[in-house]
Write a protein that binds this ligand. Structure first.
Ligand SMILES: Cc1cc2nc3c(=O)[nH]c(=O)nc-3n(C[C@H](O)[C@H](O)[C@H](O)COP(=O)(O)OP(=O)(O)OC[C@H]3O[C@@H](n4cnc5c(N)ncnc54)[C@H](O)[C@@H]3O)c2cc1C
Length: 483
């Protein structure tokens, strides 16, 4: 156990965010410094519970009490080893995860939970700084070739596990750079891309090959893929976005979030001078209250928007756990992200009824109405319709599943009832030798689930190719969050 009285004597603390006026001038991560001595004290709050519910909260089964104890004892190197025992990329989860482990922390029953995410990111940052993270080059090779389609966190986790198991792994990505949503969806202010690039260097040194600008199914056919490789992992994500087909949808100024965010990320990375969709001096309305919406809000602030309004059809969530979400579940709560701290307005229980043009094909305003839930259905509140100014609207309403293009149809994989790629317990699809991991099989989800999926699918592939495996399999395809 860490400090036996830590949970009684130390209050929860976390890194502050940099002042808003400063951080809006750059794209860098928003967090301020948080010294390692303070991290040790925070780790000391861990009670090393007999039944560590944080393990269950985390799809990766992270060994949270073990690394908390090691950090408290100032043994950061062993803490980093225990952290990497269950997670290929703790810096992705340490910056981006909504931390279901913290919602499941036993201390959270009657106090603030342990700052698990802060301890996680501090361990991995220190491990990189000290040079403890080195390539793990396989000592024996199997002679088997594996293609991974898609380079998001699921594809990367599968590729790293399979490379380390001795297979020759090629990751195909249709974009011009590796990383999936980590690269071009999630903004720099949530996770700096240098964190991703450092991991990719490690993976290259281990032997993973990356091929960008290859749209599998078009530039290389499914048949060619099957011929060249002994197994295939489909990790193409759930990239088919949900649209809002209401009057005015075709006006100039209405975009999908994933049309708006990628060029902004390229500007932050120095690849573009200015985004073709720029919010400077404009009234921006974001439709959708989730992570993607918050990323649009933070991006619009940094571009100098005149106003930013975020609309959500659901009512405002409660500020503390509702009865329906008891500990240790991940509760639906009113959360204030760093983007929300930076300004703008959040409007709940509203539905957009029309995009209004200026007569010249450009968006001028958005018409909305308040809604109430009556008999389980959204019903418009009579007389509540109004117009708000809008020069740019971004649709951040989620994703309906994987794209149903040539890749899936030519391979002939079955889909499940939700339109995701169907798979069995070993993450193998209906086509022998073809596996799937991440949002492509699970539907729109989280990075921590994508990494867990990639690790688990790698175990399935390894067993298929070599008839046995020592790779861990943290989840079943049917596992769901504790909500
Ligand atoms: C804007 C945004 C913000 C988010 N923020 C968070 C967050 O803060 N925390 C969190 O936990 N989750 C977040 N998520 C969700 C998270 O990013 C995803 O759940 C996760 O990235 C899924 O990983 P994946 O590897 O399955 O797919 P993806 O990351 O979507 O990667 C799939 C990749 O496959 C490529 N691809 C697809 N088809 C082909 C093909 N035929 N040939 C070659 N390449 C192909 C795509 O180009 C893409 O790069 C966010 C999502 C979005 C959209």
């Amino acid at each position: 156990m860490a400090d036996p009285k830590g949970f009684l004597t130390t209050k929860r603390e976390n890194a502050q965010h940099r002042p808003v006026f400063l951080r809006l001038k750059d794209w860098r991560e928003v967090y301020d410094e948080f010294g390692n001595e303070r991290v040790q004290k925070q780790a000391g709050r861990c009670m090393d519970c007999g039944i560590p519910f944080c393990h269950q909260g985390c799809p990766l089964g992270n060994l949270v009490p073990e690394w908390n104890t090691l950090v408290w004892r100032d043994d950061w190197r062993r803490a980093a080893e225990r952290l990497h025992a269950t997670n290929n990329f703790p810096e992705f989860t340490g910056t981006l995860c909504p931390a279901p482990c913290e919602s499941a922390c036993v201390l959270g029953i009657n106090d603030d939970p342990v700052s698990i995410k802060r301890v996680e990111i501090s361990i991995v940052d220190r491990a990189w700084d000290e040079g403890w993270i080195a390539p793990q080059v396989p000592t024996t090779k199997t002679g088997k070739k594996v293609a991974v389609v898609g380079s998001g966190p699921a594809g990367l986790a599968a590729a790293q596990q399979l490379t380390r198991a001795g297979h020759d792994v090629v990751v195909f990505e249709r974009a011009d750079a590796i990383g999936g949503l980590l690269r071009y969806g999630i903004p720099e202010f949530k996770m700096e891309k240098s964190r991703l690039d450092r991991r990719l260097d490690q993976m290259r040194a281990e032997g993973t090959e990356f091929r960008t600008r290859v749209n599998v199914g078009e530039d290389i056919t499914a048949a060619q893929l099957r011929e060249e490789f002994d197994a295939v992992v489909l990790a193409g994500g759930a990239t088919a976005w949900r649209d809002l087909p209401i009057p005015g949808r075709d006006l100039k100024g209405v975009y999908q979030a994933m049309e708006y965010l990628p060029p902004a990320n390229k500007v932050a990375a120095g690849q573009l001078d200015r985004s073709p969709i720029h919010a400077e001096g404009k009234h921006v309305v974001v439709i959708g209250g989730g992570d993607t919406g918050a990323d649009c809000v933070g991006t619009a602030h940094r571009q100098g928007a005149a106003s930013v309004t975020q609309l959500e059809i659901m009512p405002k969530p409660p500020e503390s756990r509702a009865e329906a979400h008891p500990w240790p579940t991940y509760p639906l709560l009113y959360r204030v992200t760093s983007a929300h701290e930076e300004g703008g307005e959040r409007v709940y229980s509203v539905s957009t009824t029309e995009f209004v043009g200026d007569g010249d094909g450009n968006l001028r305003a958005l018409r909305l109405a308040e809604v109430a839930v009556v008999d389980g259905r959204f019903t418009t509140v009579e007389g509540s319709e109004r117009e708000i100014p809008a020069d740019i609207v971004t649709l951040a309403m989620g994703f309906v599943g994987p794209e149903k293009g040539a890749l899936l149809s030519d391979l002939g994989v079955d889909l499940d009832e939700r339109g995701n790629v169907a798979r069995g317990r070993d993450f193998q699809t209906s086509v022998e030798g073809v596996f799937t991991a991440g949002d492509m099989g699970r539907g729109q989800s989280l990075i921590v689930w994508a990494i867990a999926e990639g690790r688990s699918a790698a175990a399935g592939v390894d067993a298929y190719l070599t008839q046995r495996t020592f790779l861990p399999r943290p989840i079943e395809p049917t596992d769901r969050p504790l909500v």
